[in-house]
Unconditional design. Structure first.
Length: 138
């Protein structure tokens, strides 16, 4: 017998994401303010990592060290299960397709990156605020 499924829930966010958000958020401010601070720190880290020169061995060592023993912010930014980098990639791809796959100048790329990071930060801030509000540490 085959049954139709009419309402399926989305998979839960990883528990480690909630723990990392709570660890990084501190105790001062509302859940919304704390979520916004964490989201800003995550997007700033991503922006910094994007500017790393791949030929600089010190920068690469720093990036690898972040993966080996990440802080809560590094964990939120880099963990593949949480997939913040995937959100960024999807937004970049959408932008690329919206401009009909045309290349843009370096300056325009930097402006576009800032706008994309601002959108991702807004999404993350709302998600993190919900996680903080749902926790016992709100």
């Amino acid at each position: 017998m085959i049954l139709r499924v009419f309402a399926m829930a989305r998979p839960r966010r990883p528990c480690a994401e909630s723990a990392a958000v709570i660890a990084a958020s501190g105790r001062t401010g509302s859940a919304r303010q704390r979520g916004a601070r964490v989201a800003q720190a995550v997007t700033e880290l991503i922006a910094r990592l994007e500017r790393i020169d791949p030929s600089d061995p010190e920068a690469l060592a720093t990036r690898l060290a972040a993966k080996l023993s990440p802080s809560p912010i590094e964990y939120l930014a880099l963990d593949p299960e949480i997939n913040v980098l995937g959100m960024l990639f999807a937004a970049r791809l959408g932008s690329f397709e919206a401009r009909e796959c045309r290349q843009i100048s370096d300056h325009a790329w930097q402006i576009e990156t800032s706008k994309i990071l601002a959108r991702v930060e807004k999404t993350l801030a709302a998600r993190y605020a919900r996680l903080i509000a749902q926790s016992d540490f709100a």
